[in-house]
Design a protein around this ligand. Structure first.
Ligand code: SF4
Length: 100
């Protein structure tokens, strides 16, 4: 589904049927400390680009909301379930599959 900023993201869900205006990110869980997901986070989120650049089925993404001086952004971490290691650059993936 496309985010409010026009980029395709499989984690975005919006329901606008019959006047509803429900939107959620199914990757980022809102935290009890007030760091809640809001649609503006989609604007500069790196996830849509990662999904477009790397379709590896073994890579699992996790994301958190960072708050730096009142500016919220999305931080993404990636893990490979095949090589069992953290993926440094999720846009590229780890080099296990590429080296075969
Ligand atoms: S915050 Fe990022 S991962 Fe979540 S729906 Fe928006 S673009 Fe997708």
């Amino acid at each position: 589904m496309k985010t409010p900023y026009g980029r395709e993201c499989r984690y975005f869900y919006g329901d606008y049927y019959r006047g509803r205006n429900f939107e959620e990110c199914r990757l980022i869980q809102s935290k009890e400390d007030g760091r809640k997901w809001e649609p503006i986070l989609c604007k500069n989120c790196p996830v849509p680009a990662i999904l477009a650049n790397n379709g590896c089925p073994h890579m699992v993404l996790s994301a958190t909301i960072k708050n730096f001086l009142g500016h919220k952004s999305v931080r993404v971490d990636a893990y490979c379930t095949k090589s069992h290691q953290t993926v440094k650059d999720p846009n590229v993936g780890c080099d296990v599959c590429h080296s075969q």
